[in-house]
Ligand binder design. Structure first.
Ligand code: NAD
Length: 344
């Protein structure tokens, strides 16, 4: 019997990387029926919202979805579809692995470190992303409200520890700014300390976020699983992407209880839309995380090995994985996907 998966191609580079992902996942032979749903700016005229109810209903029905990035207007316009979707489906943990990919020849950026292996777990439903803002005096002063609750903090930290236990990880680090945000991040930290006591088999420590960023750049090998409130998690996961090759290679998963939506860490990179240029790896690896969630572990491992092999060989890769950005031997999005399919 085939799995039914909601597929939201997204916009910008989303449709291109989604096509590449779909071709690779189908090449594994795992039977999947794609329930394709559109969201974002392009559907507003028809449905009056960028995230229509039927899209959410499709994911609720199928329990698993995968999405390309969706553009959010900066400084105006509608609320982020990505944030709304995570909130509406209570996808409370955003899992973003960042692991070094070995390469044959040094590639600036990609091979800065040869042994990074980090798991970022970002709280996905509250913090500053509740989006409660108002003008105090228009164009003079504005306020945003940051919500931290014990319930959301404890469950995301518990997710991090469960992940650590199931995946043989040794250390969970809670990241915060509790020296300044004494109430909100103080609560997050205390919640983390409480949950840590339930997991005596896994080491626990905490770091202030600014210090952590410096240490991640100097000695990323000292960290293992990081758990963070929403905004810090967003920023630190991009930083960690930068340690292992950039946004083109890092996958992600939004996890709830028995429901998940997979998506790359990167956004819709509008300037590259329709050019068959960007790296499909992050989206393909998100597809591999989805296969794991479906229980298709062997197929997921084959995809991950094929991706690693193609990148390590360095021949059929997109511009961002070449020694220089204007390397004329770089291939396009679909050609890289074809090389991954051949390696499968
Ligand atoms: P971005 O991730 O889209 O792009 C930043 C830069 O990263 C790009 O210019 C490009 O150089 C590089 N990059 C990104 N993806 C790449 C890929 N697959 N291959 C190679 N290089 C890649 O970030 P941004 O420019 O800050 O945001 C653009 C839009 O995407 C915004 O509207 C933002 O709100 C949205 N966004 C959406 C999501 C999501 O859908 N989950 C996440 C982040 C940003």
């Amino acid at each position: 019997m085939a799995y039914t998966v909601t597929l939201i191609p997204g916009d910008g580079i989303g449709p291109e990387v989604s096509t590449a992902m779909r071709r690779v996942i189908e090449a594994t032979g795992v039977p999947i029926e794609w329930d394709v749903q559109q969201a974002g700016e392009s559907v507003i005229a028809e449905y009056g919202t960028p995230l229509p109810d039927h899209v959410l209903d499709s994911i609720r029905r199928n329990r698993v979805g995968i999405k390309g990035p969706i553009t959010t207007p900066v400084g105006k316009g509608f609320r982020s579809v990505n944030v709304s979707l995570r909130k509406a489906l209570d996808l409370y943990a955003n899992l973003r692995p960042a692991k070094t990919i070995p390469t044959r020849q040094p590639i600036p950026g990609l091979s800065r470190y040869d042994d990074v292996d980090l798991i970022i777990v970002r709280e996905n439903t509250e913090g500053l992303y509740v989006g409660i803002e108002h003008d105090v005096i228009p164009d003079e002063a504005a306020e945003a409200i940051r919500i931290i609750t014990r319930r959301a903090s404890e469950r995301v930290v518990r997710f991090a520890f469960e992940y650590a236990r199931q995946n043989g990880r040794r250390l969970v680090t809670a990241v915060h700014k509790a020296n300044i945000l004494k109430l909100t991040d103080g609560l997050f930290l205390r919640s983390a300390q409480r949950v840590a006591e339930e997991y005596p088999d896994i080491a626990f420590n905490d770091r202030i976020v600014d210090n952590l960023c410096m240490q991640l750049v100097q000695r990323p090998q000292e960290y293992d699983v990081l758990v963070l409130p929403n905004l810090f998690g967003d920023i630190v996961s991009d930083l960690c992407s930068g340690l292992v090759g950039g946004l083109g290679v890092t996958p992600g998963a939004n996890m709830g209880d028995g429901i998940a939506v997979f998506e790359p860490v990167h956004g819709s990179a509008p300037k590259y839309t329709g050019q068959n240029k960007v790296n499909p790896t992050a989206m393909i690896r998100s597809g591999a995380l989805m296969l794991r969630f479906l229980g298709e572990v062997e197929a997921a491992e084959r995809v991950e090995r094929a991706v690693t092999q193609v990148i390590a060989e360095g021949k059929y890769v997109t511009y961002d994985l070449k020694p220089t950005r204007d390397d004329p031997t770089a291939v396009g999005t679909q050609e890289m996907a074809e090389a991954i399919i051949a390696a499968l």
